[in-house]
Design a protein around this ligand. Structure first.
Ligand code: HEM
Length: 470
């Protein structure tokens, strides 16, 4: 019996410090495919749930809850988890007025009068960022990210144990910066280089009250100020030269016909968030992607064949047509994200009284949307535990788009970088598989642990490559 998915099965075992010991639960084929009807006003809780047991194996609890609780699990008195497609979509599609997001690591910069930006500025900022991040903009500007991806793939050292995640993070930080700031990337990334580690230190630290100026918070503020200072110099120079640029920063500097100019404070806040978002979560995805290439050599071979049709010259201009030549590779990436959604829980807080799957929800209730269990629900995908990229090709485009696929969320707070991330991961899979066979080093089985705190991450992932000869 496979548990969770074929990669997370206990038969492979995991290093002890990580989420691993999935309790015996039914295979998806044995799961009850009828929706559970509840008669109480509260969603069911799970026997044996304690905070420490949950911390030890969050995925196992989620899978057990999906089997025993139906649509919604009452994890704590005021924390509910939406486990199936219907309630997950219902929550994600609601507006900010109905479900807000918990405060993030970067509180918005206060305006000179001490106020914080309101809903209109959020909408304006979103529209301004999306001018540079929507699929058409990404397709037109693939040439900015392709060389960094090729360089990464070509530079993997053969025959050595490669610690994948730190390398991937450096590459994504660089190419993300290039996509956001083009020729100003070097100076801005140098100024913001400490931001990812400073943010990581806060998310991993003790949950001190938000007002407490801990050393980690002071360090983050320092990095934020350094980055903002450099960013303002770039903004002032671009305005003085009347050359705003076509990159994401340039798009944000252009006035919108509806809202006018976006305040500089909003540009600073947005771009600080984007340089983190552009590297932190995608790094986890790259980990799962490289592991999938190693664990499915037959499918990696198909990617290599598809990629071989592409120009070999690293300086060849790359555009959206390039990606259109890689349908199987893209399906492979989708399948990796289906089984390992790096953001497997998305948090919302109910702002007003509402209901979810028939249960009343009081204001202030936290609702966690669990894409992990939705993606493993046999009502959404046949044989959901099986790694099968072909399912996405078999669905056909229209049906594939209507499938519940939530690695990037959906609705008003859906990932703004989804098109960029898909392009990066597809190019990376193609450029890696065309050059290398990947495998897990012998004696290091398994080659990784799993961390589920905050995101779904393959920790300490080590892989080896040998050249693919044709
Ligand atoms: C595989 C890579 C990525 C994954 C799996 C991912 C996943 C997600 C998810 C699930 C959310 C929604 C969270 C929610 O509903 O609360 C999100 C939000 C966001 N993502 Fe991504 N993301 C990825 C890459 C990127 C990239 C490359 C960028 C930008 C360069 C980006 C920028 C953002 C932003 C700005 C938001 C916030 C949207 C908002 O709150 O309105 N992401 N991401």
């Amino acid at each position: 019996m496979t548990l969770g998915c074929e990669w997370c099965g206990r038969d492979r075992g995991f290093r002890p410090h990580v989420s691993s010991n999935l309790p015996a639960i039914a295979d998806s084929s044995e799961r009850d495919t009828e929706r559970v009807v509840h008669t109480t006003s509260k969603p069911p809780a799970l026997d044996g749930f304690t905070a420490s047991a949950y911390r030890r194996d969050r995925l196992a609890f989620a899978l057990r809850a999906a089997q025993e609780c139906g649509d919604v699990w009452r994890m704590r008195r005021n924390v509910y988890v939406a486990l199936t497609a219907e309630p997950c979509l219902a929550v994600l599609r609601r507006t900010n007025q109905e479900y807000g997001t918990p405060p993030g690591t970067f509180p918005p910069t206060r305006r000179p009068d001490g106020s914080v930006p309101g809903e209109q500025e959020f909408t304006h900022g979103h529209a301004a960022r999306m001018r540079g991040l929507r699929p058409r903009a990404v397709a037109a500007r693939l040439g900015l990210i392709a060389p960094g991806i090729t360089e990464f793939a070509a530079g993997l050292p053969p025959g050595q144990d490669i610690d994948i995640l730190p390398r991937a993070h450096r590459m994504l930080f660089r190419i993300g910066g290039r996509y956001l700031f083009e020729e100003d990337a070097d100076s801005l990334l140098a100024a913001g280089g400490g931001l990812p580690a400073a943010r990581e230190a806060i998310t991993r630290g003790l949950p001190w009250p938000r007002w407490m100026p801990t050393p980690a918070r002071r360090a983050l503020t320092g990095h934020r100020t350094r980055f903002s200072h450099q960013l303002q110099q770039v903004i002032d120079r671009r305005r003085a030269e009347n050359r705003l640029g076509e990159d994401v920063l340039g798009q944000m500097l252009k006035p919108s016909s509806q809202y006018g100019l976006l305040p500089d404070t909003a540009i600073h806040d947005s771009l600080t968030g984007l340089i983190i978002a552009g590297s932190e979560v995608p790094t986890r995805a790259v980990g799962w992607l490289m592991l999938a290439l190693a664990r499915h050599p037959d499918l990696a071979e198909r990617i290599a064949t598809e990629a071989a049709a592409l120009p070999d010259d690293p300086h060849h201009p790359v555009n959206g047509r390039f990606l259109a030549e890689l349908p199987f590779t893209e399906a492979f990436v989708r399948e990796v994200l289906r089984l390992h959604p790096p953001n497997w829980l998305q948090a919302r807080i109910a702002r007003r009284r509402t209901e979810l799957a028939g249960y009343p929800i009081a204001p202030g209730t936290m609702v966690l949307v669990c894409s992990y269990t939705v993606h493993l629900d046999p009502r959404e995908h046949e044989n959901p535990d099986t790694f099968s990229p072909d399912r996405w090709l078999d669905y056909g485009q229209a049906s594939a788009e209507s499938r519940v696929f939530l690695p990037f969320g959906t609705g008003p707070r859906a990932c703004e970088g989804a098109a960029l991330a898909m392009a990066e991961l597809t190019l990376l899979a193609a450029e890696t598989a065309r050059r290398w066979h990947l495998y897990e080093p012998e004696g290091l089985m398994p080659s990784h642990g799993i961390d589920t705190d905050g995101g779904l991450t393959p920790t300490g992932l080590r892989l080896r490559v040998t050249p693919r000869t044709r």
